[in-house]
Design a protein. Structure first.
Length: 219
């Protein structure tokens, strides 16, 4: 996504969650904007997928309320383009035409919900709240993994080797034999490694290794 018009430039600095709405029907955009704003949600409106594609995506929890039938790029095609660009914003589809194959395709591609117009206010509000919560959880998880990666990068090469063997279930004596060093040296490296990784136990360390995708050496 690239930077858009000046009226959209402030999106990148937004702090609160945002509901993006893409629908070529002005009346529908206006209605949804009033509904979401009445619940204290921040809303940004677009008449087409192309218009939305011009903005710089803000680094905040958000969701996309997307009409399935749009001029130019359809909602389903735009969903695919977002996935290709690794833009993982939760999507809620709307359609004025009940179409089971389209809804199945949308849900298989990761859509949060697929609502047929006219829908109840509560249904779309529930979907939006669920989508924003999903995005918040994803962001929190990615932030946690990023912080763990920084800790792992602070380890020396020897401390990383010790960590790999510890999470593989080896005792200090076994690790010493594997690495060709003394057991005392293993204990020193292990202590430094546990402290740097902020791991309170081997169970914590194993969980961290799994999150980081660290391969455990075959024994």
């Amino acid at each position: 996504m690239t930077a858009g018009s000046k009226s959209r430039d402030n999106l990148a600095s937004a702090a609160e969650p945002i509901v993006f709405v893409i629908d070529d029907d002005l009346a529908m955009r206006t209605t949804l904007s009033s509904l979401f704003r009445s619940m204290g949600l921040r809303v940004e409106l677009f008449g087409s997928a192309q218009e939305f594609a011009q903005i710089k995506m803000p680094d905040v929890a958000s969701c996309l309320v997307l009409d399935i039938r749009l001029p130019g790029v359809s909602g389903l095609d735009f969903q695919a383009k977002l996935a290709e660009a690794d833009i993982r914003i939760p999507i809620i589809f709307m359609t004025g035409h009940g179409d089971i194959p389209m809804s199945v395709r949308a849900m298989k591609a990761g859509a949060v919900d697929f609502l047929t117009k006219p829908f109840r206010d509560q249904d779309i509000l529930d979907a939006v709240i669920r989508a924003i919560e999903r995005d918040k959880n994803r962001r929190d998880s990615e932030k946690g993994v990023s912080e763990l990666r920084v800790l792992f990068d602070s380890l020396t090469s020897r401390e990383r080797e010790v960590m790999e063997h510890v999470v593989a279930g080896l005792m200090n004596k076994q690790i010493a034999a594997k690495l060709g060093i003394t057991e005392i040296t293993v204990k020193v490296h292990r202590g430094h490694m546990m402290r740097k990784m902020k791991a309170r136990s081997v169970i914590d360390l194993v969980a961290t290794a799994d999150l980081l995708g660290i391969r455990r050496p075959k024994q």
